[in-house]
Design a binder for this molecule. Structure first.
Ligand code: 3H9
Length: 694
């Protein structure tokens, strides 16, 4: 037997324990070990019942995701689950940590399930573009009902043990030590003469399912799951569960699972599973790097951004001081925070007490001396180098030794900002995305002189405030905005060439973006983008660059905030506006821009995406990002790119880099070298048949 699974018997109870760190995933050795252990249990005449239990921090967290995409190797999990269920002696799952995916399916193959109250169970396969393909889609509806099972599988959300117990997926909750509690439970079952309960033999309760249930369910999930492949396959599996004999439905589940597994969506979503975890690892900053203690934080600037940033710290119990220039501005800033929290309370996502606890640890100051005892100071004023340098000069005078001085700049040179201090090692960029209390992405910008412990502390702190942090280097716009510019540039250029903004946005939306580039520009503020362009020192010599945007700013159309930008706004709904088409036409004449006819959807996507991918290749070559997957993380968490595309670099790999370069050459022939010369890295990879993930 493989040592990742051990068999021990104490009197009449066999303990089958899995010990495969870090998360007891169902790798081939674990599957083989389980199979052998249960064979041994069946053959052990002294053993009357078995407890399946796990060592380490969690119960089995699912199939081993690293094995996906490779040829499947026997024993295959559904088989093991079936063999366990067919055992004539009682098997009890004793759960702690998280029993997820194949882990929970294994538990559902057991005849009884007990769990500590802190445990979670669930079928999160959908987040990997998959479905619960080891009979999970057939078992969960039998235990908790059709609707609840669909909700759990389509969302992928973990279910707390107590909720699972009430719903019927857990039979016994254990307070205290799991092994002891499980042993007591099994002894009780044996004394009561309990028989193995086979979940597959439970009849599905369809009493609350109307004739149109599945059609209505599909309608209900359509908006949430737009574009994703797996959710519909999950619904099909549950439909099969209620309409076909068990074995036929299981066969269907197997076929749909393989379809999901082979889909580009799942490949992309699995890529992001590992990318989300890899980005926290900084290659030259060892895990052991000592962290600076962060007990109190200051935020300089109480605008919408500053207020949102402050909330992140208060939310995890860290006291925050908000610094503004006068009492009126400070009161306004604190009011923004109060009203944000109030909105959360009104939506029922926070109690009034929780809100008060958070507000109690947010204070204000109008004097720099008020931030002198803070361990981390985040500057969040508007994007202006002179102003930021002035502030950092002040901070240098008042901040205590060892305080981290962070700038929430979205584009500016951290090294230049650091020059305003005598402690460049303490200076770093913390680029939050708006709204800062909601968006999960944080670009941590490493300056030339930033100390390693400041980087390590920033990455750890980001995790503490529940952000996904990506470490980037200094350049104009860092990773996100630098790549976002070509995307918006192409959207603007197409408007100049006569393509309507609504068409561009619709094509981008249908491709999967949460919003089209023009709606995003309006949301960000055309004046803000215009200002960014003017601060961009080495911007390309191109008179048509951002021409429509600048003109719209000139005539007072600043975006959503003035109810008119590239679109006009009725509430938040973007409405096409003839006035913009007129501006575009006039600008095209002035700049002598050729009008295009019959631009295909394919061209729109190619120009939006490939311009970004090319910039990404330059970013990698300049070592502004550590990994191509870090770039993907930025776009998925910060720019509304759907996970099923895997991020821009992964999308390039999916299309094939040779095809990307071929399309770029087509645009290069039309527009010249300035924007469409393939980056050397991209050209090299395309020529050698390589990919960014290599
Ligand atoms: C499935 O089960 C399909 C079946 O239905 C059908 C089969 C036929 N495999 O997240 P962490 C690694 S699909 C391989 O940082 P935490 C992870 O990469 C699966 N590796 O820890 C990381 O490695 P590293 C359904 C895995 O404490 C390390 O473990 N299950 C797997 O914050 C620590 O992970 C899921 O989707 C895996 N399954 O969170 C659950 N899981 O240290 C996926 C983790 O090198 N897992 N790793 O970066 C999770 O949600 C979280 O890992 C968990 C722990 C909540 C368990």
């Amino acid at each position: 037997m493989g040592e990742v699974v051990n068999y021990n018997r104490e009197n009449e109870i066999a303990y089958i324990s899995v010990n495969s760190p870090p998360v007891n995933a169902l790798s081939l050795p674990v599957r083989t070990g389980l199979q052998k252990a249960f064979q041994k249990f069946s053959a052990d005449s002294e053993a009357k019942a078995a407890i399946l239990i796990c060592e380490g921090r969690t119960w089995i967290a699912g199939a081993d995701i690293t094995e996906f995409g490779k040829p499947p190797e026997d024993p295959w999990l559904p088989k093991i689950v079936e063999q366990m269920e067919d055992c004539e002696k009682i098997i009890v799952a004793a759960i702690h940590g998280t029993a997820l995916g194949g882990g929970f399916e294994t538990a559902m193959g057991c005849h009884y399930r007990c769990a500590v109250t802190t445990a979670m169970v669930g079928l999160p396969e959908v987040t990997l573009g998959l479905l619960a393909g080891a009979t999970g889609t057939q078992r969960l509806p039998r235990l908790i009902g059709v609707k609840a099972a669909l909700d759990a599988m389509v969302s992928g959300a973990p279910i707390p043990a107590k909720v699972a117990y009430e719903a019927g997926a857990i039979d016994e909750l254990i307070e205290g030590d799991l092994r002891e509690g499980a042993t007591e439970y099994v002894k009780r079952l044996l004394s009561q003469g309990a028989k193995p309960i086979k979940v597959r033999e439970i009849e599905i309760d369809t009493s609350d399912i109307g004739e149109h249930f599945f059609a209505e369910y599909r309608n209900g999930m359509a908006k949430r799951t737009r574009g994703y492949f797996a959710p519909e396959q999950i619904v099909k599996c549950v439909e099969a569960a209620v309409s076909l004999p068990y074995q036929e439905a299981v066969k269907k589940e197997g076929e749909l699972f393989m379809e999901c597994m082979m889909s580009s969506h799942s490949v992309a979503q699995r890529h992001l599973f590992f990318a989300d975890r890899a980005c926290g690892k900084v290659l030259d900053v060892p895990k052991e790097t000592p962290l600076r203690p962060i007990k109190k934080v200051a935020v300089i600037g109480g605008g919408t951004m500053g207020g949102g940033i402050a909330m992140n710290f208060a939310n995890v119990g860290i006291p925050v001081v908000l610094k503004e220039i006068n009492e009126a501005a400070l009161e306004k800033g604190l009011e923004i925070i109060r009203s944000n929290y109030n909105a959360t309370v009104t939506k029922g996502r926070m109690s009034a007490e929780q809100m008060q606890d958070r507000l109690n640890i947010i204070s204000g100051t109008i004097d720099y001396s008020g931030v002198g005892d803070c361990d981390l100071i985040v500057e969040a004023v508007f994007e202006n180098m002179a102003l930021k340098k002035e502030i950092f000069g002040e901070l240098d005078k008042v901040a205590k030794a060892g305080a981290i001085l962070a700038s929430n700049t979205s584009t500016l040179d951290i090294d230049e900002i650091a020059k305003a201090t005598n402690r460049p090692g303490d200076v770093i960029g913390w680029h939050f995305f708006a709204p800062a209390n909601v968006m999960t992405l944080l670009e941590i910008v490493r300056g030339a002189g930033t100390s390693k412990d400041v980087i390590a502390t920033s990455m750890a702190m980001a995790k503490k405030i529940k952000k996904i942090a990506v470490l980037v280097g200094v350049c104009f716009g860092f990773v996100g905005n630098r790549m976002f510019f070509p995307y918006v540039r192409e959207a603007q250029q197409m408007i100049l060439e006569g393509v309507s903004p609504e068409r561009i946005d619709q094509v981008a939306f249908d491709w999967g973006m949460a919003m089209g580039p023009n709606a995003v520009s309006d949301l960000s503020g055309l004046d803000v983008l215009d200002k960014v362009k003017s601060e961009w020192e080495d911007r390309p010599e191109d008179p048509s660059l951002w021409a429509v945007g600048s003109k719209l700013v000139e005539i007072g159309r600043l975006g959503q905030k003035t109810k008119a930008g590239i679109f006009t706004y009725a509430g938040r709904t973007a409405v096409p506006d003839e006035a913009v088409a007129k501006v575009a036409k006039e600008e095209a004449v002035r700049l002598n821009v050729k009008q295009l006819e019959n631009v295909s959807d394919e061209e729109i996507i190619e120009r939006l995406m490939y311009s970004m991918i090319n910039e990404g290749a330059l970013i990698l070559e300049e070592e502004i990002a550590m990994r191509s997957s870090d770039i993907d993380v930025v776009f998925v968490h910060g720019y509304g790119m759907p996970r099923y595309r895997g991020g821009p670099m992964r999308y390039g790999d999916t299309v094939g880099l040779a095809k990307v370069v071929e399309a770029m050459e087509k645009y290069r022939a039309r527009y010249g070298d300035m924007y469409w010369t393939p980056a050397p890295l991209l050209a090299r990879l395309a020529a050698s048949g390589g990919s960014f993930s290599d």
